[in-house]
Design a binder for this molecule. Structure first.
Ligand SMILES: *Cc1c(COP(=O)(O)O)cnc(C)c1O
Length: 398
């Protein structure tokens, strides 16, 4: 494989993903190796290729040249020693949790988690006897107080959904590391490695739903787990083989194709999101805007340190008209679309209280910092003036 010098800036490395070399020349587009099995001259050579996550290629569930390119590219961007590509973000999360936990273990996790992660943890508690303590993302002392002799894992998200609270990664990770044997896992989907690299803040494992910004075009489901060290990589990879959670080559190929423009897209997402956040904050129908780039955001100071190059493409805002106004708004957009997901080139809006968070009562919503009139906007890369015109006309109907 070509392995571009890690001292190059991410914007340069990202357009040269490592490629498995076939005949001495280096293909500029990453080839799609769709065939699922590889033949060998001897049984010894075949056996040797089964050796580990960076062994030879035998069978696609164990490893594949196209999938390996994606793994190496994202490991390089995150500053990890290696990565495992999975069938989805949830595939990565479940593989990591199931590989590292056993009955009776204790997990400390953020309270505001991606819904699928929250459900997985609840399931581990109910059916597997794992214990979970939920903490806020801004107080390391809460992690210290939650630590038990059986604590094995800390699970955090860089930026929370939908109210964009920024997690004190260095503080919470250091608090967990004060105890021996706690693996720290950070879901970095919202930030991407261009805005935040959790391994630099002490994380052992970084998770991505590559379905979002890394793929970036709303046409592929994929996930990644990036590792700060070889031992965890090996352990999680072995479990991925058992689960059958590894990535399909075509999904990896589409993700790589999207990944190469991530630097351009993320700059645009960040700039437009900040621009729209400021305009929304000045609109009379809007009572609050949640975007870390605004000085009014509770984590603005932390965001300046942790996300110095931009705060991502997701923002949320509260409408004075509450639940009905938020519904009307999300059903009135024309350039933007009413849809879940985020991180793609298209702008998407969502009313969490009546969709992604519909199971929560108003009190539970309030505890999660979500209002009945909160709208989430996953800002795409359309022209900001066209987006503002669309949001303005939908606000007039709310
Ligand atoms: C979407 C998402 C996931 C799940 O990823 P899938 O690719 O949909 O399985 C996990 N974490 C976060 C933060 C997400 O936004």
């Amino acid at each position: 494989m070509n392995d571009f010098d890690r001292t190059l800036r991410p914007e340069s490395r990202i357009v040269h993903p490592p490629v498995v070399q076939v005949n001495g020349s280096r293909p500029m587009g990453v080839p799609l190796h769709q065939g699922h099995v590889f033949a060998f001259a001897s049984s010894d050579a075949l056996a040797a290729a089964f050796s580990g996550p960076d062994g030879g290629f035998v069978y696609n569930r164990n490893g594949n040249p196209t999938v390996r390119s994606l793994e190496e590219a994202v490991a390089g961007l995150e500053g990890g020693t290696g990565a495992l590509a999975t069938s989805s973000g949830m595939g990565a999360i479940n593989t990591v949790l199931l590989a590292l936990l056993r009955s009776g273990d204790h997990v400390i996790a953020q309270r505001s988690l991606y819904g699928g992660t929250f459900a997985t943890l609840a399931d581990l508690v109910e059916r597997w006897g794992v214990e979970v303590t939920h903490v806020a993302g801004d107080d390391p002392a809460e992690v210290t107080a939650a630590l038990r002799p059986n604590t094995r894992l800390l699970h955090l998200e860089t930026v929370s959904n939908p109210t964009t609270r920024v997690t004190d990664l260095p503080g919470l990770i250091a608090a967990a590391k004060a105890a021996a044997g706690v693996v720290t896992v950070v879901d970095n989907t919202f930030a991407t490695p261009l805005l935040c690299r959790p391994i630099e803040h002490g994380a052992d494992v970084v998770i991505h739903s590559a379905t979002k910004y890394l793929g970036g075009h709303s046409d592929v489901l994929a996930g990644l787990a990036v590792f700060a060290g070889r031992e965890l990589h090996e352990k999680v990879w072995r479990h991925a083989l058992e689960l059958g959670a590894t990535a399909d080559p075509f999904a990896a190929w589409l993700t790589l194709r999207g990944l190469q423009t991530l630097a351009l897209r993320i700059r645009r997402h960040c700039d437009t999101a900040l621009d729209l956040a400021r305009r929304l904050a000045a609109h009379p129908a809007v009572t609050a805007v949640h975007y870390p780039g605004l000085a009014t955001h509770p984590d603005h100071e932390l965001a300046l340190r942790l996300l110095p190059e931009g705060n991502g493409g997701v923002l949320a805002f509260d409408l004075a008209g509450g639940r009905e106004a938020a519904r009307a708004f999300t059903e009135s957009v024309r350039l933007a679309s009413l849809a879940p997901s985020l991180g793609g080139v298209h702008t998407l809006v969502l009313h969490p209280a009546s969709t992604s968070h519909r199971q929560l009562s108003d009190a539970e919503l309030a505890a999660a910092g979500i209002g009945a009139g909160t709208v989430r906007v996953a800002v795409g890369i359309e022209h900001p003036e066209d987006l503002w015109a669309d949001l303005e006309q939908a606000l007039a109907k709310a």
